[in-house]
Design a protein around this ligand. Structure first.
Ligand code: ADE
Length: 424
């Protein structure tokens, strides 16, 4: 049942719906695993009648996830998980073509972003999809009376899971939350190949600069950093990696990258990309030692990786030189170019991860919601992973869709793998 106390939508321009629908259908052609789930959900209705609030980047790929949840019977309301990532045509199509309630406008200000979170909670969700944990944190801190309604939530990102772990430690996570990011078919593909490609796409669209021969500094060598460094190298850049974890740092060394602390890299880089999930990893002192014309951007979830307050304080002027690119002139005269206000460059300046990887991420999301509903009697409050067989199933379906065949274990192999007697 639709909750009538919640307004219908807040989007930029309903007339963009036809364009949005065409692009959603285009994305859907590269999301075959999600389509199979949608077809099954259509028949089985595993989410029938459940109120669902989805806080996500409102893209064509998310639209196909939302269609899947709607097919499963959910009463779905969608809000943006970032003020700059919304694709206004996808939002318009979701409202006008698919009859969903959407509250998302590209460039919305922070009060509007928070207003949309409140609207998502006014929907009285029984299920929550979150991307960064803002919705869950707001629910738990401001809407305690609604906690009892919640069957569970799912979390898309590394950053969101870090927050949920901290909440759980403080005994503040009162329902089961599925760590979708921890599925292998999510982080090994979305974070690595998705972030890798879309981050460079964002930088190229925003700057139109050649990357070949340039020093690109990648800060953070998690799955997102690995993908970003790999793709920057593919464009012919000289890649430098900064890391705080010795294991990840040695991995970067053996992957063939130069590794050094940020204070040294600052003076060498032409382009800087942060993907750490941490705060102020490029700080005031670093900006001061950068070359004139350095380009800096962030592809981590929140806009706090670059200390832009310090940069503004040390600057004598600032101006927009291209869309989503602001030039700060330091008191020394050097110019630093910041992309997308330090927000996710891949979703702000480009279109986020391509559909083919979101296919697996969002297959995990849909199956995680089904898992929460089916197992609600047994799941305890706290973080949960999807069972390993779900990864196997999603990977197999993806291989099938690509026409890739693989070997099967023979009975002899199976017997050997479960024995211990045979050795040298
Ligand atoms: N996160 C990264 N890329 C995305 C996309 N295309 N859609 C939704 N969420 C995303």
């Amino acid at each position: 049942m639709t909750n009538k106390t919640v307004p219908d939508c807040e989007i930029k321009d309903p007339s963009l719906a036809a364009q949005g629908k065409a692009r959603i259908e285009w994305a859907d052609r590269d999301m075959p695993v999600l389509k199979l789930i949608r077809d099954r959900f259509e028949k089985e209705k595993p989410l029938k009648g459940l109120r669902l609030s989805c806080c996500a980047h409102v893209t064509t790929e998310t639209a196909n996830l939302a269609r899947t949840l709607q097919a499963g019977g959910a009463d779905c309301l969608i809000i943006a998980s970032n003020p700059l990532s919304t694709q206004d045509d996808a939002a318009a199509a979701l409202v006008k073509e698919y009859g969903m309630r959407v509250f998302a406008i590209k460039g919305e200000d922070i009060p509007t972003y928070h207003k949309h979170i409140e609207i998502a909670l006014d929907h009285k969700p029984q299920l929550i999809i979150d991307d960064g944990s803002d919705l869950v944190v707001t629910l738990v801190t401001k809407r305690q009376a609604q906690i009892a309604d919640v069957i569970g939530s799912t979390e898309e990102t590394t950053t969101g899971i870090t927050r949920l772990i901290a909440m759980h430690k403080d005994n503040q996570l009162p329902f089961p939350a599925v760590a979708v990011n921890d599925a292998q078919t999510k982080h090994m593909f979305d974070n690595r190949y998705g972030t890798g490609q879309s981050t460079l796409d964002g930088i190229i669209r925003a700057t139109n600069r050649l990357l070949a021969g340039r020093n690109v500094v990648v800060v953070g060598y998690g799955w997102c950093g690995k993908g970003t460094a790999m793709r920057a190298r593919g464009m012919g850049s000289n890649v430098i990696v900064c890391e705080v974890d010795p294991v990840k740092a040695i991995e970067a060394v053996m992957d063939g990258f130069r590794v050094m602390p940020m204070v040294e890299a600052a003076a060498l880089g032409d382009v800087f990309i942060t993907v750490t999930g941490n705060r102020h990893v490029i700080d005031g002192a670093h900006f001061k030692s950068m070359k004139d014309g350095a380009i800096i951007c962030n592809s981590g979830h929140f806009d706090l990786e670059l200390n832009l307050e310090a940069l503004a304080k040390d600057s004598s002027s600032r101006r927009e030189v291209r869309q989503y690119m602001e030039e700060f002139t330091l008191k020394s005269g050097n110019r630093i170019n910041v992309l997308a206000e330090g927000r996710l460059v891949n979703l702000s300046c480009a279109e986020g991860h391509p559909a083919s990887v979101m296919d697996m991420s969002f297959a995990n999301q849909a199956l995680a919601l089904e898992y929460l509903v089916k197992n609600k009697a047994d799941l305890t409050p706290g973080l949960h992973r999807l069972p390993a067989f779900v990864d196997q199933e999603i990977a197999q379906l993806k291989l099938n869709s690509l026409g890739v065949k693989i070997d099967k274990l023979t009975p002899e192999m199976i017997e050997y793998m479960s024995s211990w007697q045979v050795g040298t």
